[in-house]
Design a protein around this ligand. Structure first.
Ligand code: G6P
Length: 612
């Protein structure tokens, strides 16, 4: 939520900051702003997208070799010109951008108002900059010290960057709960919410830890200290990020590009980990913990959104293969319950961004209660991998479309590898089945390519259902999470109401909704429960619902009943989610495009949810 960029160096800051904002727009896009120092502290901001900001400043003075910029996802105060960031201090000597939520902004605001400070926005952010200025002036301290003292009074989550007219060579930034990375170039520094605005200028980065303050000054070395005033040695890392991964590469939208990347991304998730010939699965990141996982009496999976759906597939996999009981929890519910957690519990936290606030908080809570935490994340160097004991990166590459696609199939791939490995260690899987599954998993990237060939057919289907108001998605077993994920994708990007249900549950409620206007997407690839799914389809047909069925190539019986058929290649039942999800992603995509929706940046959503 909210994207932050800062620059200080010898180049003009404006183009670097704007390019950075476009790269971070997935984090929020309801308003945007920029502040630059060049003698004066110039500040421009507007409601709308980064392109609106660009338009707004086209006739303004944007010179300066130091600046900060922000793209917002509103929490406190509606998206408008005033609530947009940056925010000025009272004297207009300072300006600040912020990502996060200040929980105790109320009492701080009251106190500052008593001292004569005037607040012009409805944001929680404005208190930070007034507080910093108040401390700087009254205690006569440097800006970085004023920031440090102010942050000691603040409760909540933040990534902030402060710029000063009086000290035009320096930026001060800090983080707690929201990500921040500093790029170190030749006589220049970059600050951003993730590495995407930095990668084309330098590969040397420092990921800031919680409660750390960084000062970057022209001609000086980077300086980091904690909010308790301890100096820290910066840990400079090399970025592993490919610039082309941040571009659309000829596709109309990032989402479509990412759907089509799945053959490659699943392959990358397995690379160096799966060797079907030798019959081995090796996940380097969890090697030291796999015995503990094998001994676990219970696995708890915590996640949000699409990652939670991947977790549900994980539940079936671990129970089926490794015979370990699994609970899948919404991180936001789990953290506020008083869950029973034992020291021999394994908690698997799944997150594309590695920054989701609820998932992070659930991890901290489970860690305090003694559980071992294993992460499955996509963004390298993000907060969740750093908070877990061990884990595996999904290696799907940057996912920029707000609706998650390739991250989901990569998460399911890692969960499959983990479950197989633990099952092998525990001896809960027959050798022949183990080898069959390994071979089949190795064949999945090719089958994904085959599946993607349905794109044209799905597009035709999207044309038929473009203006439908409701959709129902049904699946059983491994296909139940697929149904949930299919419904979520449609909701997120096309704003059509859609629900996912276990097929057999339909008769306990959703069946009341079925009439000739209601398309029902049935994932009907199951071998074990094929007849049962057939009966569910009959029940829909009897009420004149329209059936769109995802079936295995060569299917005969469902074909006879369904109104529309989409075929996916045959595979092992537990691997079907890796294929059956793809036509559902495409269906949502094409419907959303036909409805003229902003596919990559759907309304009200953000990709990285760093607030509760
Ligand atoms: C947001 C995104 C979803 C994502 C969820 C969890 O809602 O829009 O696509 O599934 O957060 O995010 P995570 O990064 O933890 O997987």
């Amino acid at each position: 939520m909210c994207g932050i960029v800062g620059y200080v160096g010898s180049k003009q800051a404006y183009p670097i900051l704007m390019k950075g904002l476009y790269r971070l727009e997935y984090r929020g896009y309801d308003s945007a702003g920029i502040a630059l120092v060049d003698g004066d502290l110039k500040l421009y901001k507007t409601k709308g997208k980064v392109s609106d900001l660009e338009h707004f400043v086209h006739d303004k003075d944007v010179t300066g070799t130091i600046g900060i910029a922000h793209t917002r996802w509103a929490t406190h105060g509606e998206p408008n010109n005033i609530n947009a960031h940056p925010h000025y201090s009272q004297t207009h000597n300072l300006a600040l951008i912020h990502n996060g939520i200040i929980e105790n902004y109320g009492p701080i605001k009251e106190e500052l108002q008593k001292r004569g400070y005037k607040f012009i926005s409805d944001t929680d952010t404005e208190v930070i900059i007034h507080l910093i200025e108040d401390i700087k002036v009254n205690e006569k301290v440097t800006l970085d010290e004023a920031v440090r003292i102010a942050l000691n009074q603040i409760i909540g989550a933040y990534a902030i960057v402060v710029i000063s007219k009086e000290d035009p060579d320096m930026l001060v930034a800090a983080r707690k709960g929201s990500p921040l990375v500093v790029g170190i170039g030749k006589n220049e520094f970059f600050i951003a919410s993730d590495a995407s605005p930095i990668v084309e200028y330098t590969q040397d980065v420092v990921y800031l830890n919680d409660e750390e303050i960084v000062t970057v000054r022209r001609g000086h070395k980077i300086k980091i200290k904690t909010i308790t005033n301890k100096d820290k040695t910066p840990y400079i890392q090399k970025l592993e990020l490919n610039l082309s991964a941040l571009e659309k590469g000829g596709f109309e939208h990032f989402m479509l590009k990412e759907i089509f990347e799945q053959s490659r991304s699943i392959q990358d998730s397995m690379r160096g980990r799966l060797n079907a010939k030798e019959g081995t699965v090796k996940l380097g990141g969890i090697l030291d913990y796999e015995q503990k996982m094998a001994n676990a009496k219970r696995i708890i999976i915590v996640a949000c959104g699409t990652s939670w759906h991947a977790g549900l597939v994980g539940e079936y996999l671990f129970e089926d293969l490794a015979r370990i009981p699994v609970e899948v929890e919404y991180a936001s519910e789990f953290r506020y319950r008083n869950p029973v957690i034992n020291e021999d519990d394994i908690v698997i936290a799944i997150s594309q961004s590695g920054e989701t606030a609820d998932t992070l908080a659930a991890i901290e809570m489970a860690k305090m209660k003694g559980a071992t935490i294993i992460g499955i994340c996509n963004v390298v160097g993000s907060s969740i991998p750093r908070a877990t004991h061990a884990g595996s990166y999904t290696h799907a590459g940057p996912e920029i479309g707000v609706a998650s696609t390739k991250a989901f199939t990569a998460q399911v791939t890692i969960l499959t590898l983990m479950a197989l490995r633990i099952a092998q260690m525990k001896g809960t899987i027959e050798k022949s089945r183990f080898h069959r599954l390994l071979n089949e998993l190795e064949a999945i990237p090719e089958k994904v390519k085959e599946t993607l060939a349905v794109d044209k057919q799905v597009k035709e289907l999207a044309r038929i259902f473009t203006y439908t108001r409701n959709f129902l998605y049904l699946g059983r077993g491994y296909n139940f999470p697929v149904a949930l994920e299919g419904a979520l994708k449609l909701k997120e990007i096309s704003y059509i109401h859609a629900e996912g249900y276990p097929a057999a549950e339909m008769k306990h409620g959703p069946i009341a909704l079925i009439d000739r206007e209601m398309p029902v997407v049935v994932i009907a690839t199951n071998k074990g429960t094929y007849d049962k799914v057939l009966s569910n389809i009959q029940e829909v047909k009897a009420r004149k619902g329209k059936i769109i069925a995802i079936v295995t190539k060569g299917d005969k019986d469902v074909k006879k009943l369904a109104d529309y058929i989409i075929e996916v290649p045959e595979t092992e039942e537990m691997l079907v989610p890796l294929l059956a999800t793809i036509p559902l992603q495409l269906l949502s995509y094409h419907i959303a495009v036909m409805r003229d929706c902003n596919v990559d940046q759907p309304r009200n959503l953000a990709k990285s949810v760093t607030v509760e």
